[in-house]
Write a protein that binds this ligand. Sequence first.
Ligand SMILES: *[C@@H]1O[C@H](CO)[C@@H](O)[C@H](O)[C@H]1NC(C)=O
Ligand SMILES: *[C@@H]1O[C@H](CO)[C@@H](O)[C@H](O)[C@H]1NC(C)=O
Ligand SMILES: *[C@@H]1O[C@H](CO)[C@@H](O)[C@H](O)[C@H]1NC(C)=O
Ligand SMILES: *[C@@H]1O[C@H](CO)[C@@H](O)[C@H](O)[C@H]1NC(C)=O
Length: 344
Amino acid sequence: MARLVLLLLGLALCASVGHAQNDPKPKPTVFPASPFDAQADAEYLHEALNNNKSAIEPILSRRSLKQRLQIAEKYKSSYGKNLENDVAKYAQNCLFCSSFGHMSELLFSPLPVQYSHHLSKAMVGPGTTESVLTEILCGSKNNMIRNITQAYAERYDGKNLLADLEDETSSDLKSLLALLMRANRSETYQVNAQDVNDDVLALFNNTDINWCEDSSRLNEVLALRSFPHVRRVFHELSRKTGKTITDIVDEQFYFGNKKGFVACVRVMQEPQEYFADVLNDAIKGLGTNDDALIRVTLTRSEIDLETISEKYEQKYGDSVIDGIKRDTGGTYRKMLTAFFGGDN
Ligand SMILES: *[C@@H]1O[C@H](CO)[C@@H](O)[C@H](O)[C@H]1NC(C)=O
Ligand SMILES: *[C@@H]1O[C@H](CO)[C@@H](O)[C@H](O)[C@H]1NC(C)=O
Ligand SMILES: *[C@@H]1O[C@H](CO)[C@@H](O)[C@H](O)[C@H]1NC(C)=O
Ligand SMILES: *[C@@H]1O[C@H](CO)[C@@H](O)[C@H](O)[C@H]1NC(C)=O
């Protein structure tokens, strides 16, 4: 009987989640230009970069990454020069030259290369930014994870991403990352209510949650189940515990592991709210986290940056473009704000 009730609940839930998927689609800020002429853009940029008269931001921020890569190829074949280097040299206001230099490189890097750059930055030096590791790996599909692994080895002299991740993390988070690195997440679109219930019961037996003692099932769910399945499990856990999945995870883990697990569940459950918070953390108070600012701007621009901006405004009562303008300057500021659709 209990099983039947659960099953019916599962079906009811299925219907409601089906509905949620009809939520407005996340909006990007950058769309492929159409019509598009890579050669004409390369010529325009060559002129702008050499005579320093016309703006480059309106071109670079209004082309998709794929188109920017094509422009860079034409630039190379026409002028024998590397577009990303010329763009980096164009920087005005050298207080921001180093950040703009990083941004220039990433403007012309395929996504797996961008992600491997960010993963490496999150691991080098003392301390590790665990949230960046899971933000990228929990939020990526299998193919992307494979491509990131390959790009990482190419970019960093054959270094092994899995080995580096394992060196930089410990216990539960280390196991989660190793499982994510198998790139073996289910890609079935259909969610099976019984499978969801099995996971939910294994994670919460109606008495207590003890993931910090044994996170193996949680890791399996986060790394191997399909994205819609994971969201259904989160939904059920919230319903049963009366807590958000973020709060549950927050109570279960400590220190760096907490940051890693929280970013993982948030990027799967509410990516736009999560990235709005990353932007806010990057620009609030004194100083700026340029790595985070550039990462969110360039990796999300063709996915959901417009929706992230809207969430930011709702949550913080301020426009993210204004926030970025207060924290940055020169060509760097113009380029960033152009990617958010700002007109400078
Ligand atoms: C472009 O002009 C700006 C001032 O308008 C100047 O600061 C900058 O150095 C110039 N850049 C180049 C590459 O000439
Ligand atoms: C991964 O790389 C393959 C081969 O280069 C490519 O076809 C595919 O589009 C890439 N996928 C992603 C998500 O980058
Ligand atoms: C991937 O998952 C399937 C089952 O879903 C399993 O049979 C296979 O061994 C897994 N492969 C890896 C590399 O973990
Ligand atoms: C849930 O697990 C705890 C210990 O992990 C156990 O004491 C309790 O009896 C279990 N409750 C149910 C309903 O299985």
